[in-house]
Design a protein. Structure first.
Length: 324
């Protein structure tokens, strides 16, 4: 289930008091499946014999379930009910997160500020506020929030991912690589850390290490076209054009029509002196995207006449039609 349900543990103790007539409803309300949560928590809320603490918990869990199902107005109503009964930081944070999804960034920020004021140890409030700061290009403030989140729970992998993006925005590749490494430590079976670290390693002149990360990503997910293409870039950076072309070719087979892979393979063919195959790839790019001028100029540089109608133009189209 979505990570926002982690917030429910903050209210778990509230459910210990009170008597609920329908035991099945309680079990459903505490489940990990949104439809069961909504059904069970609704039954709990409708039971007039329950304690305030139990009612708060039921509203909270149902609100999170509604939020996950993108039924934001119902979710807001539940979090409003929680705040009326017990104004805990988690409810303000989840309400802020909903406003964030709805595009009301100013209101979202106010709610998250209130959540942190009420509960300075609530990790997701910092996480979500950091996302707001990042989206507004307040990268230093985003980084500060992510640092706070890591301090609260160093095992929460998503924070390392977000903090790495903030480091990149602040042009600190070394710190971003370190965060991707921490992400990998906590998610050894996930490809996102390996691929992101590989891209930065390649950008910072370490193609061999980038190849190792791409290879590990492919061990986890053998048909990952992006990992193949990135490894192809790393091989190309080493001058190993044969291996680069092999990876680009496999990436294209997995993802037909991917212009970036065709372009990179064309460049590798061109560097290796295989003019005919380079032309063929650039022509494919123009078939896929008739307005792709970089491919057309590459063809021109390879001696192909692009000044008039020619065989790669769509049937019945002239150059003027293509460039409109």
């Amino acid at each position: 289930m979505h990570i926002v349900l982690l917030t429910a543990v903050l209210l778990a103790g509230l459910a210990k008091s009170g008597v609920v007539a329908d035991t099945h409803a309680v079990l459903d309300c505490r489940s990990d499946e949104e439809p069961r949560i909504i059904k069970g928590c609704t039954a709990v809320i409708e039971d007039r014999s329950i304690s305030t603490g139990t009612r708060v918990t039921a509203h909270f869990r149902r609100g999170v379930a509604y939020e996950y199902e993108r039924d934001y107005q119902k979710a807001l109503a539940d979090f409003d009910a929680v705040i009326r009964l017990a104004p805990v930081g988690a409810a303000f944070a989840n309400r802020g997160h909903i406003y964030q999804q709805l595009g009301d960034k100013q209101r979202a920020l106010a709610e998250l500020d209130e959540a942190i004021k009420r509960d300075p140890k609530f990790l997701l409030a910092y996480q979500w506020r950091g996302e707001l700061h990042y989206a507004a290009r307040r990268f230093d403030r985003a980084l500060a929030d992510y640092d706070m989140a890591v301090g609260i729970n160093p095992r929460y992998a998503d924070t390392y991912w977000d903090r790495a993006q903030a480091h990149i925005a602040l042009h600190d590749a070394k710190a971003a690589i370190a965060d991707y490494s921490l992400l990998i430590d906590h998610e050894p079976k996930s490809t996102r850390g390996y691929i992101s670290r590989a891209a930065l390693l390649l950008d910072t002149g370490k193609p061999s290490e980038a190849i190792d990360d791409c290879t590990e990503a492919l061990r986890i997910e053998p048909k990952y076209a992006g990992a193949l293409a990135l490894r192809g870039d790393a091989y190309a950076a080493q001058g190993n054009l044969k291996r680069a072309i092999a990876d680009y070719t496999e990436a294209i087979a997995l993802r037909p029509g991917w212009i970036v892979a065709y372009r990179n393979r064309a460049e590798a063919y061109q560097k290796g002196g295989d003019k005919a195959r380079a032309i063929a790839d650039y022509q494919t790019i123009v078939r896929l995207d008739p307005k792709n001028m970089s491919a057309r100029f590459a063809l021109r540089d390879l001696g192909v006449d692009i000044s008039t109608e020619w065989e790669i133009a769509p049937k019945g189209k002239s150059m003027l039609d293509i460039l409109k």
